[in-house]
Design a protein around this ligand. Structure first.
Ligand code: RI2
Length: 308
């Protein structure tokens, strides 16, 4: 049983499974499978094992709150169970519900966001966001005639995934290196990016470099849209918590021996784009201004959506 958890955690850590939405669904799904295959009879032992499983999953990557929300939505209500079977059923059903809700949210965002793409547009995207790509692919499916600039997204180069996916869908796509963003922004009408975490004051934490796109878009008066499901809204930020920015291995940046040993390497994976640079956040509950995030979070907290 712990194998399911350890394996999923490792795949999230080494980025075999990546993308804020996907890791949230993978975490929820792993807990569901853990509950399904649980054979013990003690409710207390199940709760302890589940707590350990939750901790292991959450330890895999620190920044995307989608993982925290996915995991906590899945274990919600276990405390009130009166038997192991009841507790297992709660986890299995929550896990399914979260994964379905997550997939539907991405589809809804695609439909809402596609309305913002018009014939003749030039669109830019960064990294590899299923929510942002959903919007672009939906607009293409609707027959709109537009082109896309996609960044390489060093050091992991998720841009390769993006251009491959868009090219296979038949979208007119051009890959650019990250430092070409400002150069091509004057020719760009709209930017669509994803989100890993959205704070209560409307700042968006997304792949490193996103804030540079936002600044360049602001300067060029290009519209800047964030595509993010509401489980990327961070309840902790309502209570003042800061978002931890993940730093990854230096080996992702340079090959061994490429630079002198005395050179230090800093590899932050995400950055924060302040609300003032964001035209709208496209969510499954509609297109909202960044200033609306607090209200939506407070409503969700009231509904107990993020509670254990
Ligand atoms: P979706 C990714 O993080 C990127 O930062 C992307 O913009 C974000 O998750 C959202 O992706 P990473 O896992 O949920 O590549 O829209 O570090 O797929």
């Amino acid at each position: 049983m712990q194998d399911i958890i350890a394996e999923t955690s490792e795949k999230i850590r080494d980025m075999t499974i990546r993308g804020a939405g996907r890791i949230a669904r993978a975490g929820a799904d792993a807990l569901g499978r853990f509950a399904e295959s649980y054979t013990g009879n003690s409710l207390e032992a199940f709760r302890e094992d589940l707590d350990r499983a939750v901790a292991t999953i959450l330890d895999s990557r620190p920044t995307a709150v989608s993982l925290w929300n996915g995991v906590h939505s899945t274990v919600r209500g276990v405390d009130s169970a009166s038997s192991v079977d009841e507790a297992r059923e709660i986890v299995i059903s929550n896990s399914r519900e979260f994964c379905e809700r997550s997939e539907k949210a991405v589809e809804t965002i695609a439909r809402i966001g596609a309305k913002r793409i018009e014939d003749g547009d030039t669109v830019m995207t960064h990294c590899n966001s299923s929510a942002a790509l959903g919007v672009i692919e939906e607009a293409h499916r609707q027959g709109k005639d537009f082109r896309v600039f996609a960044t390489e997204s060093r050091p992991w180069r998720q841009g390769i995934l993006t251009v491959t996916q868009l090219a296979e869908a038949g979208v007119d796509v051009t890959m650019i290196i990250d430092s070409a963003v400002r150069y091509v922004m004057n020719d760009t009408d709209k930017v669509f990016v994803g989100a890993d975490t959205i704070t209560s004051h409307g700042a968006v934490i997304n792949k490193i470099g996103t804030s540079q796109l936002a600044l360049a878009a602001h300067e060029a008066r290009t519209q800047f849209y964030v595509c993010g499901e509401t489980y990327k809204f961070s309840p902790m930020t309502v209570f003042g918590d800061m978002v931890r920015i993940e730093e990854r291995e230096t080996s992702e940046v340079v090959r061994p021996g490429e630079i002198p040993d005395s050179v230090k390497i800093f590899n932050p994976v995400f950055d924060s784009t302040p609300a003032q640079y964001i035209d709208a956040i496209i969510t499954e509950v509609g297109m909202v201004p960044p200033t609306a995030v607090y209200d939506i979070l407070v409503r969700q907290l009231g509904d107990g959506i993020f509670k254990e």
